[in-house]
Design a protein around this ligand. Structure first.
Ligand code: GLP
Length: 240
């Protein structure tokens, strides 16, 4: 894994946006794998600025998002579909019909996961997959476990993730307890991966990931199986 250490959140966001922009310039019709959470918000802001300045073009881009809560409506302001619209899609020249997020309202969530895995396969491998990392080392919503799922699946959120994400909801009780998420294999299928991490709360997870061992108690450690991963982080995430 290549590690880029940044001075602060701003520098991390600019660095990550530049990496994504370079991929888009190399192939303006590529697939971007995108993530939610507070970490990539600054990167999305930079990408919006670059699009408005005419430096990057989203008109030929397809996007596939990692995950979605379940159940949740797309117009719920805590849904990841809503997040993506608000933080990126509404502000750039993307064709929204080419933006894919797992269906948080599906009557049959297992079938929705199979359908999503098929969509991701049909659009083709992501030229780059952007990831954040959970405090417990999760990527997407692949939570620590004795065994990790390979493909898109329904998952139960851990207590730690529900607590960490409660800050975005009215109360902890409002956080959905399940999610639909790409599996580790789905994520590893991307041609290139960047994983962003800032703040000391991410230090333990980042350390386990960088230890170079495959450890199911830290799903991000599975990224060691990929040959082109860039960790873009700040000092606190790297050194605590
Ligand atoms: C969320 C998302 C992840 C995200 C992570 C970290 O639950 N499912 O994709 O990377 O948790 O979130 P944050 O960036 O807000 O710390």
């Amino acid at each position: 894994m290549k590690v880029i250490v940044c001075k602060n959140y701003e520098e991390m966001s600019v660095t990550a946006a530049q990496i994504v922009a370079d991929v888009m310039k190399a192939d303006p019709a590529c697939v971007l794998g995108l993530a939610t959470g507070s970490t990539p918000v600054g990167m999305y802001k930079k990408l919006i600025e670059m699009n408005k300045a005419g430096e990057i073009d989203f008109s030929g881009i397809t996007t596939v998002n990692l995950d979605e809560y379940y159940p949740i409506a797309p117009d719920n302001d805590q849904s990841y579909r809503y997040f993506m619209n608000e933080n990126l899609f509404n502000h750039v020249n993307i064709d929204k019909s080419r933006t894919f997020v797992p269906n948080g309202m599906a009557a049959d969530p297992v079938a929705a996961c199979e359908a999503y895995e098929e969509t991701v396969a049909n659009v083709g491998a992501a030229a780059i997959q952007v990831l954040g990392i959970g405090q417990n080392g999760h990527i997407g919503f692949n939570e620590p476990d004795t065994a990790l799922e390979v493909r898109t699946h329904v998952t139960d959120l851990t207590e730690s993730t529900i607590k960490a994400n409660a800050r975005f909801f009215a109360s902890e009780a409002d956080v959905p307890t399940k999610a639909l998420t790409m599996g580790i294999g789905t994520i590893l299928n991307a041609k290139k991966i960047i994983i962003l991490a800032n703040g000391a709360a991410k230090h333990e997870a980042v350390s386990k990931m960088l230890a170079g061992k495959l450890d199911t108690s830290c799903p991000a450690s599975m990224l060691n199986l990929h040959s082109d991963v860039i960790v873009v982080c700040d000092e606190a995430a790297l050194n605590g």
